[in-house]
Design a protein around this ligand. Structure first.
Ligand code: HEC
Ligand code: HEC
Length: 228
């Protein structure tokens, strides 16, 4: 099924949004500066992915002195768009604040590896991270339809119940404290993270069981994504 395509296209999606919206948000200098590093061996790649644009804008943003969590979260929303299916990008609304702080810190320190997020988090202060996390934690969870197959949801219910995932993530998978919300999360993000846990690309929390089989992972993700 197309929705379960494993190709990582989040950077392409991200670049699309960034290029479209940054002109109105950033100083000319901030937008121009990255072109000079386009042929740099490391930065060149990042520029093509659009992430340096964000970094440049953060500096500008910080200097401009705007200070609410909502202000600071605007750049995050370029990729973490609530309405659309962003596949490998997570929804952050209604995620427990403590978890969001920890997850963002893990990107900042490089403990959790993902190019866009490592670059985006690098420039945030701890106060920024707390403000942004508080903002997303308090925002209403977006209502949008994901294209989920009923047969996968039903098969996923059995796998997730057998593995007792609710014992940590909560009876309706809304998470709490340091345990993330899974309910209604983008299905492809859930698939990607379960594979990352399975393959050792993301550190497994103590006591968390992993689904090994790709079909179980897709079914489990469909079930979890089906929760409101
Ligand atoms: C260029 C696109 C992009 C931008 C801008 C961006 N993110 Fe992300 N973010 C991603 C992607 C892609 C992932 C999934 C990464 C992975 O697979 O680990 C992610 C994941 C996350 C996660 C993990 C969510 C979870 O459920 O574990 C957090 C937290 C996060 N981002 C916070 C932020 C914050 C805060 C900002 C703004 C300062 C931000 N992001 C800006 C692309 C982006
Ligand atoms: C012992 C408690 C525990 C159990 C049981 C558990 N989890 Fe988790 N899970 C966690 C914690 C804690 C995290 C956050 C890890 C981190 O901070 O990186 C997590 C993270 C996740 C994530 C990443 C979410 C995100 O937003 O990035 C997924 C997906 C997930 N778990 C799925 C499952 C599934 C499916 C099961 C059952 C097979 C399960 N978990 C069982 C504690 C648990």
């Amino acid at each position: 099924m197309d929705d379960m395509d494993t190709s990582r296209n989040s950077d392409l999606i991200a670049t699309h949004y960034l290029v479209r919206s940054l002109r109105s948000r950033c100083s000319l200098k901030a937008v121009r500066a990255p072109h000079r590093v386009e042929h740099h061996p490391f930065l060149g790649r990042a520029v093509r992915q659009g992430v340096i644009f964000v970094l440049a804008c953060f500096s500008f943003h910080a200097l401009a002195g705007s200070s609410t969590g909502e202000d600071k979260a605007q750049l995050c929303l370029l990729c973490h768009k609530p309405a659309a299916d962003k596949r490998f990008v997570a929804l952050l609304e209604q995620q427990p604040a403590d978890y969001l702080v920890a997850a963002t810190m893990a990107y900042k320190t490089g403990q959790r590896k993902e190019t866009s997020m490592n670059v985006n988090a690098a420039n945030l202060s701890e106060a920024d991270i707390r403000d942004i996390s508080g903002y997303f934690a308090s925002k209403e969870f977006p209502k949008r339809a994901q294209n989920l197959e009923p047969a996968k949801i039903a098969a996923g219910e059995k796998v997730v119940t057998d593995m007792n995932c609710a014992s940590c993530h909560g009876p309706t998978f809304r998470g709490a404290g340091m345990t993330p919300r899974l309910a209604g999360q983008n299905v492809m993000y859930l698939v990607g993270q379960m594979e990352a846990f399975r393959d050792g690309r993301r550190n497994l929390p103590p006591g968390m069981a992993v689904l090994k089989d790709r079909t179980d992972i897709e079914n489990g993700a469909s079930y979890l994504a089906s929760f409101p």
